[in-house]
Design a protein around this ligand. Structure first.
Ligand code: V07
Length: 258
């Protein structure tokens, strides 16, 4: 019998549809976190300005969001802008801060349609009003959705997140809301920006850097890491399926020991 299934080939020539069926046979990581690195390098390789790489990277976000949703991933956390990124040239920062609006301007209807809930974590104070209002509008428009949680880390830094949690805990202890004896890992987790999410099962970082760069330090304590040299704009469905496949092989080896 001829396999009539439409073959969906990626640049690498992976047969995405078949690979998808393969990974679906085993547990899909419920929460995937991604450090989307290599946009500037992608542009430099093509003698293009860095912003062209960021723009291309945004297209990858759509592609990966669609596939994660199809696979039944429950949460996808994407590191879009770190607290360190403010040190970049002003024109680049200004461009980056327009990307959420552009992304949502064209993609929000599909996110609503596909039952995706948009969320963000990060310090809202320094984010330009036009950026924040676009993101908040999307959060509001999708708040009843109970499919994939698409969580953007925007002006996010993990040490600052932990520090703010500690300050809030001290405040609440002084106010008698919590007692020192109640403080444990679970309670501290409830003061973090990820309080409504389970810890990531899988962390992906693109572009060959093997470090966390102040991303989810507390939450990644037991997470499986997968690093690739592929630059974020070149990252595709086949790469995500490969990362999940490796994750599943590792889980299989631990066979119930975790
Ligand atoms: C950004 C594209 C992806 C590669 C990494 C850097 C550049 C999507 C968003 C976004 C953020 C919030 C939101 C909807 C979309 C985004 C920034 C940068 C700052 F609600 N991509 N992307 N935000 N890049």
């Amino acid at each position: 019998m001829i396999n009539k299934k439409r073959l969906w080939k990626t640049k690498e020539g992976h047969n995405t549809e078949n690979k998808m069926e393969e990974v679906k046979k085993e547990a899909i990581p419920e929460h995937i976190a991604i450090i989307m690195d290599g946009n500037g390098r992608w542009a430099r390789k093509r003698a293009m300005p860095r912003i062209a790489g960021h723009h291309e990277g945004m297209k990858t976000v759509r592609k990966i969001t669609r596939l994660a949703n199809k696979l039944g991933v429950k949460a996808l956390t994407l590191y879009a802008f770190s607290t360190e990124n403010w040190k970049r040239p002003k024109l680049e920062v200004d461009f980056l801060m327009k990307l959420p609006e552009e992304f949502l301007g064209t993609f929000l209807p599909e996110l609503i349609e596909e039952n995706v809930r948009v969320e963000m974590m990060g310090d809202r104070d320094q984010i330009p009003a036009h950026t924040l209002s676009a993101v908040e509008k999307a959060m509001e428009a999708t708040k009843e959705n109970d499919g994939l949680v698409l969580n953007f880390a925007l002006n996010y830094g993990s040490r600052s997140e932990i520090l703010e949690a500690i300050k809030a805990i001290i405040r609440d202890e002084k106010d008698g809301i919590i007692k020192q004896d109640d403080l444990n890992e679970e309670l501290l987790s409830a003061y973090l920006m990820t309080k409504h999410l389970k810890d990531p099962d899988l962390l992906i970082r693109t572009s060959g850097e093997i470090r966390l760069s102040n991303f989810m330090l507390w939450q990644l304590a037991y997470t499986e890491f997968w690093f690739t040299d592929v630059l974020w704009p070149d990252f595709d469905e086949g790469h995500l399926l490969e990362a999940i496949d490796v994750y599943q092989k590792r889980s299989r080896r631990f066979g119930g020991l975790t």
